[in-house]
Design a binder for this molecule. Structure first.
Ligand SMILES: Cc1cc2nc3c(=O)[nH]c(=O)nc-3n(C[C@H](O)[C@H](O)[C@H](O)COP(=O)(O)OP(=O)(O)OC[C@H]3O[C@@H](n4cnc5c(N)ncnc54)[C@H](O)[C@@H]3O)c2cc1C
Length: 550
């Protein structure tokens, strides 16, 4: 993972084969894709605060995990300082490192995690579990003024699928397994976990559980909260091991308390997760709707029907235009729009192309299931004035989904900012929430004296509502601090979620960035219960203090 950006070293976004993208970014936000990139600083030239680890703590940790698994070099410590939000990327490139961990340790099994925890508590150190470091809500950073030693506990050596129970359709997996690690091991035995967040390549099972993550096929497989049936967690009270049962009526759910706990209760070492046989058939079809409202109503009808797709996704008009702008020259997506679709939509269906919205629906399972679901969805799409355009764009989306995040670094290299905020709300509130969030973001752009754009898609449908995922980007004014503009826009979007019946996050968690809205979201009494839970388990505030609640 790059210390200054997203993903693998040597992999970067470029736009030269996407002729529509630079004009779109310039028109909508004044972002100049052809501007020369700013140079990412050399870490050696930045002032990384020195490790303050006391010798006693270091030697006790060496005893726990071995000398080669205790690191204190600048690069390793910087990589473990923040997650990957826009704030994190800006701060790290500026050399604003905050409180860098003093040591990074890599335990290999649960016994070593217990030894690390005991050592940390005995020394009154701060311990922060680290998965892939991909969170975008400030989940990982120690308080800037933390005077105690800070230790990042990286689960990166614990990445095995321990066993698959083919009868119960579950797997025991170590918490440090990255998406590709665990999926390759499961696929080799004919199984899948069915959890594919956009960060799949660089996030871990433990991180997914600790943030209540959601993958793009959640309509079929569930969110990680559904997928995770049992957990093992090393806590200051001992090892918590919930039973390997499908459901429990045994008081408040300890499994649920661990879900979303962001390292504040302990270190998750393994989980029992539901797994599924690899599907006989898998296809993503694309559709167009006359406008976002009709797309939302269609997704609602799909959720209420007997159809059971794996993905339901519809973009608003602005996101549709963005997606079209990312089409490669000569690709099936650009051919689609330049040829028949435009004419068909405009002339035959009477659709206003500026309002038209792109939708992807995924189908996965047996041939019969796929055929039946396609038929049911097709009828609903038609009822809402939509029409299908086949599997070409969906295949492209499926192939490129893990590459898209690299675009954030590309625009940051050109001095522009971009990020995402997402929420869930009831079917009854979705459209109004969408419109009010877009209005709030545009108002914030205007108040900050900047030109920007915001767009959205619905994804992850449920019985009673869905997630809406907003992306925003802007070119900060030449004068002033771009991060302050970012904070103002992000704040306006988050506040609009709460004011319009949404939650502070559907799947990105709380961390430190979303803390101001916890009281609104959970109620004041609810937030106090969460604080009391953390205080009861970890009275010394040694475990990731300051995440979720103070
Ligand atoms: C480009 C991009 C795309 C993304 N797409 C999605 C998406 O589609 N869906 C989604 O849900 N999220 C997404 N995210 C957010 C992020 O990937 C998730 O929050 C992910 O679950 C974090 O996992 P991680 O292993 O990287 O955790 P980290 O970032 O390392 O840690 C996150 C939190 O979990 C705690 N933690 C980690 N491991 C453990 C453990 N073993 N025990 C206890 N606590 C632990 C940490 O202390 C921290 O508080 C995206 C992020 C980026 C940058």
């Amino acid at each position: 993972m790059k210390w200054w950006g997203w993903g693998q070293e040597g992999v970067a976004f470029h736009h030269h084969d996407k002729p529509g993208l630079a004009p779109f970014a310039y028109r909508m936000a004044g972002i100049d894709f052809n501007a020369p990139p700013v140079q990412v600083p050399d870490l050696a030239e930045l002032d990384v605060p020195a490790s303050q680890a006391p010798d006693g703590l270091r030697s006790a940790l060496v005893e726990a995990v071995g000398a080669e698994h205790v690191h204190d070099d600048d690069l390793t410590r910087v990589v473990h300082t923040y997650g990957k939000s826009m704030r994190d990327l800006v701060r790290i490139r500026r050399g604003d490192f905050g409180r860098v961990p003093d040591l990074v340790v890599y335990p290999v099994d649960e016994a070593q995690v217990e030894a690390v925890l005991r050592t940390g508590l005995d020394s009154d150190a701060v311990l922060i579990p680290f998965g892939g470091g991909s969170n975008i809500v400030g989940s990982l950073e120690a308080p800037r003024d933390e005077s105690r030693p800070v230790v990042s506990v990286d689960l990166g050596r614990m990445r095995s699928v321990i066993e698959v129970d083919e009868t119960s359709q579950t797997a025991r997996i170590q918490a440090g397994a990255l998406g590709p690690d665990l999926e390759a091991q499961l696929n080799a035995r004919g199984w899948t976990i069915g959890h594919f967040p956009d960060s799949f390549k660089h996030s871990t099972l433990g991180g997914w559980i600790a943030t209540r993550s959601s993958g793009m096929q959640s309509d079929r497989f569930g969110d990680i909260a559904d997928i995770t049936r049992a957990v093992r967690v090393v806590t200051p009270k001992g090892v918590v091991a919930t039973r390997a049962v499908p459901v429990q009526s045994a008081g408040p759910s300890v499994r649920e308390m661990v879900l979303g706990s962001e390292g504040r209760l302990g270190v998750i070492t393994e989980a029992l997760v539901q797994v599924h046989r690899l599907a006989e058939e898998r296809v993503i079809l694309a559709y167009f709707f006359p406008d976002y409202g009709s797309g939302l109503r269609a997704m609602h009808d799909v959720a209420a029907s007997d159809a059971a797709p794996s993905i339901t996704r519809v973009s608003d008009a602005m996101e549709t235009q963005f997606t079209m702008a990312t089409a490669k020259k000569g690709s099936r997506l650009s051919a689609l729009m330049s040829k028949g679709v435009k004419v068909y939509a405009e002339k035959r269906k009477g659709i206003d192309l500026d309002k038209m919205c792109l939708s992807f629906i995924g189908y996965e399972g047996s041939k019969e299931h796929v055929a039946r679901t396609k038929r049911l969805v097709g009828e609903i799409v038609k009822k809402h004035g939509g029409f299908g355009v086949g599997s070409g764009p969906g295949t492209l989306y499926d192939q490129k989904k893990f590459d898209t995040p690299y675009i954030r670094d590309f625009i940051l290299d050109r001095g522009a900012y971009g990020d995402v905020s997402e929420t869930s709300s009831s079917w009854a509130t979705l459209e109004v929430l969408h419109d009010n969030v877009v209005a709030a973001a545009n108002k914030a752009f205007a108040e900050q004296g900047t030109q920007g754009f915001v767009f959205c898609h619905l994804s992850h449908s449920y019985h009673s509502g869905a997630c809406q995922y907003f992306t925003f980007a802007f070119q900060p004014p030449a004068e002033g601090d771009g991060l302050a503009v970012y904070d103002a826009v992000k704040h306006a979007i988050q506040q609009a979620f709460i004011d319009n019946g949404g939650t502070l996050s559907h799947h990105h968690a709380v961390g430190r960035e979303h803390k101001p809205w916890v009281g609104d979201d959970l109620s004041s009494a609810g937030a106090q219960i969460v604080s009391a839970l953390f205080q009861g388990v970890d009275p010394g505030r040694n475990l990731n203090p300051g995440a979720i609640v103070d």
